[in-house]
Design a protein around this ligand. Structure first.
Ligand code: HEC
Ligand code: HEC
Length: 341
């Protein structure tokens, strides 16, 4: 082969390599990070040293997550609104809780998958700790409507649960409401879903299709990562309605925190978590992307660009952890009965 040809080939392949490399580099410059591929690094990231993750706690937290008896009526569990078989959401505009009560602020349920990567929880960011956050829906009148006393009474009336708590926290464990909510939080820490997007950022060039890479380029170029960054591609408080009013702002009274800031939702598994926005008014991902362009960036996103970004967002659909549906221990004569009031 003549030298010139060989040289041109080399230049061409180097160009392909560096173009591909630069997409991952651009992403990293814009503060996008993959879920660590290394198991140990991942574990230290999701672990909380104050209440370390152990198999016994995760198993107990999972039971309680699926147990409707921590609600007043005995029929609503965390999984009712954060259905782990449905992307961690309920798939309705606004959540329905105790006695068919709609969320009073017309708020849509965010996914619990990967919530461990959020800096803050809830649409107005008022909570940051999963173990503590779990207390709120149990007690909220519009969600599970149970008093802390009722929840503790139900759990301690069931000997298998008492044994599970001892196994998880030691024989002298005091089964308080805080402990019950806390162990659900420990389970939630394990709900993480690595995706082709992570594989790509962790070095697997082929993990994304050509269309997904193009969509990723558009996403970076338009400035979406200004707010959708870090491992969560969201999870921090950001200004809302920066450039224009959100089309459906009038529905519900949610206007963000006291500064008008809103928790940026994670984009992980977003293809599975319609409807979108805090009041669930947009059902198509494409429309959500276009609305973001006008509301947050003051730009018009073309159909073609939006289609590409939809392709990219499918690469954020992650591999779900295997969750065996738990068989829950039976109630006893001492267990407080369901209360439908
Ligand atoms: C009746 C439906 C309903 C039930 C039951 C429910 N949630 Fe929620 N959850 C919601 C809604 C709605 C929000 C958003 C509320 C807000 O931002 O003020 C939410 C928010 C959250 C968040 C914050 C996620 C984020 O990205 O901001 C977590 C974590 C969470 N719930 C966990 C739980 C756990 C754990 C349970 C069970 C103890 C539970 N939820 C029960 C509807 C529900
Ligand atoms: C200035 C910060 C900011 C920028 C820039 C931004 N977003 Fe958002 N994004 C948010 C916030 C905050 C919300 C939640 C708004 C609400 O529901 O009230 C959101 C919501 C979304 C949602 C709906 C997610 C869900 O689960 O409901 C999608 C999809 C989305 N953004 C994609 C994008 C895309 C694509 C771009 C770039 C074109 C972009 N965003 C730019 C902050 C931003």
């Amino acid at each position: 082969m003549n030298y010139l040809k060989a040289f041109l080939l080399l230049v061409a392949s180097a160009a392909i390599l560096s173009a591909a490399e630069s997409l991952a580099q651009k992403a990293s410059k814009q503060r996008l990070e993959p879920i660590p591929a290394d198991r140990q690094a991942l574990f230290s990231y999701i672990n909380d040293e104050n209440d370390p993750i152990t198999d016994d706690k995760v198993e107990l937290g999972k039971k309680l997550y699926f147990d409707p008896r921590i609600s007043k009526s005995g029929i609503i569990s965390c999984n009712t609104c954060h259905n782990l078989a449905l992307g961690g959401v309920d798939g309705v505009e606004t959540s329905i809780g105790h006695l068919w009560t709609m969320n009073p602020n017309y708020l849509n349920a965010p996914t619990v998958y990967n919530s461990v990567f959020n800096k803050v929880q809830l649409w107005d960011g008022r909570s940051s700790h999963l173990e503590i956050q779990a207390q709120a829906p149990i007690q909220s009148e519009a969600e599970m409507a149970a008093s802390s006393e009722l929840v503790v009474a139900r759990i301690v009336s069931i000997p298998e649960y008492v044994a599970d708590f001892k196994k998880a926290y030691g024989n002298d464990v005091n089964i308080t409401f805080e402990k019950i909510a806390g162990v659900i939080g420990v389970f939630e820490r394990t709900l993480i879903t690595p995706s082709p997007y992570d594989d790509f950022l962790n070095g697997d060039e082929k993990a994304l299709s050509k269309a997904q890479k193009e969509g990723f380029e558009v996403f970076l170029k338009k400035g979406c990562a200004k707010c959708h960054y870090s491992i969560a591609l969201g999870g921090t408080m950001q200004p809302f309605q920066v450039a224009a009013k959100y089309k459906f702002i009038e529905l519900g009274d949610f206007r963000g925190d006291k500064y008008g800031m809103v928790k940026t939702p994670t984009l992980r598994n977003v293809a599975e978590t319609a409807p979108y926005f805090h009041n669930g008014q947009i059902w198509s991902l494409k429309d959500a992307i276009k609305e973001m362009g006008s509301v947050q960036l003051g730009i018009k996103i073309s159909d073609k660009e939006a289609d590409k970004m939809v392709e990219f967002m499918h690469s954020l659909t992650g591999r779900k952890p295997t969750i065996t549906y738990p068989i829950l221990p039976p109630s006893t004569n001492k267990t407080p009965k369901p209360d439908m009031n």
